[in-house]
Design a protein around this ligand. Structure first.
Ligand code: SF4
Length: 339
């Protein structure tokens, strides 16, 4: 084990000051379900841990008014069973309930979940890094070292948004649902507060896959805000995985529909499990606008969602799987009672 210091401030401002004082080796920690895991694998090597779980007043759930607001430290399990979320935004509740195990959902926070790192096999199994004589090069772990997944075992890798430097899939479920609903995050830093669409929180890998999130050092996500929309009730999060419980998505789709009878006024569609960041499927949404939703139009929209997809050696199946996942999600959402 590598040594590290540990502090537990009781306010967000104190946490930010502690981070600034600690310097570049600092990391925030909340539920710890991801960071401790990566520390045990020797992939994350923080020198200073700033535990944010003692910050007061940062775990609320607000559902009144024209938005839902989830404070960052709210446990995933609490949001998943919130009465309003379950009734009016099944896409949100399902994206949380289908992630990880109940024990992990009790510990993990909705803010921390947004910053989960990839499950790429080579990223996780190459602990120690190339310079330490380990087998697998990984540009995300060690910039400039190469990418073992390209030309390697790439069954789980991305077919959308990948680059020559990295093909790792963005692993989350909850962020996919949030992107479909145009959610944004509230952020606190030394310069004050700002907000950012969840979609913009995630960077494409390009030539710098180690830069994953659009946060500056020391910034904290304090809340997630979802503007209320009539489409929330006719929504679903459909997740296809190797086993039905406790597995990451091979393909997933978050869908919310605003319909007039059988006709789609507006569809919101985002993909998970197939892209390097939560992927809004704009072409599929345009394809459906003003059309009657049938199995045939759903499949056409599903294929449109994969526009531009490019397979590696072993993950070509994901393209059709994801298209059908979108189509199935559309049909499931359409069965739900509108607002
Ligand atoms: Fe690393 Fe990305 Fe390549 Fe995986 S795909 S080995 S995370 S650079």
């Amino acid at each position: 084990m590598r040594p590290f210091t540990y502090v537990r401030p009781d306010s967000a401002q104190a946490a930010i000051e502690a981070f600034a004082a600690a310097g570049p080796g600092a990391r925030y920690i909340a539920g710890g379900t991801s960071l401790y895991d990566l520390m045990k694998l020797d992939i994350e090597r923080p020198e200073h841990l700033i535990d944010v779980t003692a910050i007061r007043g940062l775990d609320g759930i607000e559902t009144d008014g024209d938005r839902l607001r989830f404070e960052a430290l709210a446990p995933m399990s609490a949001v998943a069973i919130n009465r309003v979320v379950l009734r009016d935004y099944p896409v949100l509740a399902e994206s949380l309930a289908k992630a990880a195990s109940q024990q992990l959902r009790n510990m993990a926070t909705v803010g921390g979940n947004l910053l989960q790192r990839t499950r790429c096999l080579y990223f996780r199994n190459g602990a120690g890094g190339v310079s330490a004589g380990m087998t697998y090069p990984c540009n995300k772990r060690e910039p400039g070292s190469g990418c073992a997944a390209i030309g390697g075992l790439d069954r789980g890798q991305a077919v959308l948004g990948q680059s020559r430097s990295c093909t790792a899939v963005s692993p989350g479920d909850w962020p996919v649902a949030l992107v479909a609903l145009d959610a944004y995050v509230e952020i606190l830093g030394r310069q004050g507060t700002r907000s950012l669409p969840v979609a913009d929180l995630y960077r494409l890998p390009g030539g710098t896959p180690h830069l994953e999130f659009a946060l500056t050092p020391g910034e904290i996500i304090t809340a997630i805000v979802v503007p209320k929309a009539a489409a929330g009730r006719q929504s679903t999060y459909h997740k296809i995985r190797d086993r039905e419980s406790y597995a990451f998505a091979l393909a997933s789709a978050a869908v919310a529909l605003d319909m007039a009878g059988d006709t789609v006024r507006q569809a919101r569609i985002a993909l998970g499990g197939v892209a390097t960041r939560p992927w809004r499927a704009v072409a599929a949404e345009a394809q459906l606008a003003g059309k009657q939703l049938t199995r045939e139009t759903a499949i056409i929209a599903g294929r449109a969602a994969l526009t531009g997809a490019k397979a590696g050696d072993h993950n070509g199946f994901k393209i059709e799987l994801a298209a059908r996942t979108v189509a199935d999600a559309l049909m499931i959402a359409a069965q739900r009672k509108p607002a």
